[in-house]
Write a protein that binds this ligand. Sequence first.
Ligand code: TXA
Ligand code: MG
Length: 327
Amino acid sequence: MAEVGVDIQKAAAFLRQGQLVAIPTETVYGLAGNALDIKSISSIFETKNRPSFDPLILHVASLDRIHPFISEFPEKLKRLAEAFWPGPLTLLIPKKSIIPDLVTSGLDRVAVRVPNHPLSLALLDQLDFPLAAPSANPFGYISPTQAGHVAAQLGAQIPYILDGGACAVGLESTIVGMDEEEQVVIYRLGGLELSKIESLVGSVIVQAHSSSNPSAPGQLASHYAPRKPFVLGNLTELVPQLIQQGKEVGVLSFSNHFPSLPSDRQVVLSATQNLKEAAQRLFMAMRLLDESDAELIVAEFVPETGLGLAINDRLRRAEIQPGLDLK
Ligand code: TXA
Ligand code: MG
């Protein structure tokens, strides 16, 4: 079973030996390994049960540490990096051959970010290699936002979990690149709001919802999903209907509490309707309800603005059509 602690030296030692360590970031916990070592990379794919066509994000300590790994730095992307790193922003940049093809699944661009968490920045600063780190969950499941989430699912397979507390942002990074017409494209909505990106580089193209043969498999429709049936809709209509049908319903609401439901089967994301708080709590809430004795989970969209865009994107991907008669 993984040791859980805050010992950066220990984490660094495991990583230098080619082993994997779970690391905290401001977005979600990552399953990290030496990005320049094929064996470490392979074991990331194995541990997560992740298909090898789904490439990994490179994590570095600071902006000036990326130059050995990229062959050019498009001006608009550089502007974004200067403004938002360290932070919840991943950039797709043409790579140098030192990055193993396994990291990028054979693609020409490598995904890079500087995470904003003091423990992981201190760890990266000590290492003479970058860390490849996907979210530290089994492929397709909800991303972990606490050390305990990682321990519960991957604890038996890795030696160490660096515990940085609950992730402050709670949603994965926003993934940004350029297309052939030099337009800025958003490949995954995430913890950095669209409006902040557009304020620096003008209007962008959002390509985050296509599901066939995506260039970023984080775009795949069924992702971030709980195991229980997960239904989106109008809670004030759905909840009474389901209770009347005798269903043990679990409720994920934006701000309303349902007094008729037991408290261990409902989570309010933000009583004050604060989207930042809702984002921070979303994955924890999905896990809690998935582990509760609810037989299905119903949830509602949050306002489609700011971080609400990324929250609603994750809710949509978590939805599983249960084939229930909800009318
Ligand atoms: O916030 C985050 O980004 C977290 C933390 C740990 O940094 N990481 C994360 O990694 O969410 P992961 O592997 O769960 O999602 C990364 C997404 C994947 O959907 C992958 O397809 C896409 O990034 N990606 C990685 N490299 C890419 C590349 N070269 N071209 C296109 N998409 C890429
Ligand atoms: Mg992931």
